[in-house]
Design a protein around this ligand. Sequence first.
Ligand code: NDP
Ligand code: KPL
Length: 318
Amino acid sequence: MSAASPRIGIIGTGAIGGFYGLMLARAGFDVHFLLRSEYEAVSERGLQVNSAVHGPLALARPQIYRDPSLMPACDWLLVGAKSTSNEALAPTIARLAAADCKVVVLQNGLGVEDVLRASLPENVHLLGGLCAICAHRSAPGVVEHQALGGVNLGYHSGPAGGDAQAQLALLNEMVEMFRQAGVDSSPMPSLALARWMKLVWNVPFNGLSALLEAGTEALLGNDDSRAEIKAIMHEVCAAAQALGCSLPEDFPGKLLMGTSRMPDYLPSMYHDRLQNRPMELEAIYAVPLAAAAEVGIQMPRTQTLYHLLRFLEQRAAD
Ligand SMILES: NC(=O)C1=CN([C@@H]2O[C@H](COP(=O)(O)OP(=O)(O)OC[C@H]3O[C@@H](n4cnc5c(N)ncnc54)[C@H](OP(=O)(O)O)[C@@H]3O)[C@@H](O)[C@H]2O)C=CC1
Ligand SMILES: CC(C)(CO)C(=O)C(=O)O
């Protein structure tokens, strides 16, 4: 990689940050990782991805930091922390952004960029990245990559304003870096559409996996849970359509088919519940419910799921 290679910072090195950061670093990009609880383990043993797609991958000596004030300012910042950390991380992200930095929020849910925007200087571009991947952490510094891996990118806000060509040029810079790193990536003309398309999967599967303590195979293998998933998917599609996001024909059918071809998978919310970490209830449930309500759409099944998950979270906190 040349001296002009952009500097990339990974904010939150978990399953997503660890996987994409490692892929970019292996391709020769200048990648700097911010860690918290797993810093010691990674400084001793490096980063490891056990990938069912690419085979075993490792970075023996990644450039890692525990203290963000020691990390250099970056041209690209990929946010791999959960959306529940955004408020706390916003000042760090703003400090680590070089002039004209591109911040890419690699998170599920809706409204996640809005939480960061207010803290970022006007010259910073804000992008969203929707990762279609099955990955989780199995030990400190170790990521299991079960399947898939592509990232769809959309422009949120910043100096490109509403200039579609300027937005696309920026998205393509990241798309190109991902592709060089062996990661499928595409620019999306609408970030809102990309986020709602992803919600059609995450709203039923993330919540039900955490609530019922079940993976995709069990959830699809049971007639009742399968019917519930399908009904929730249709509810999310109706909300998306009402908000002007036009989804592909029979999108739930296509997602169910795709999921049945995946290995048995436990979504990130399942792991959050298991580890007693906050679940992404705001971004995956509360914000979409509020957006739908604003255009007069009620989502009773999604609302019920949200309430049950809130019950679980409150009980865990008591
Ligand atoms: N896993 C998956 O397959 C997929 C996940 N997603 C989405 O990607 C996002 C990330 O998920 P995932 O990678 O699974 O989450 P993980 O919990 O595996 O990783 C989050 C990481 O962020 C770190 N972090 C949080 N706060 C800080 C902080 N203040 N300073 C430094 N590090 C911090 C955590 O560190 P610590 O361990 O110390 O808490 C952890 O390493 C979520 O929005 C999720 O919904 C999307 C598609 C698939
Ligand atoms: C939906 C899935 C499994 C792949 O598209 C994913 O990316 C997620 O868990 O959020």
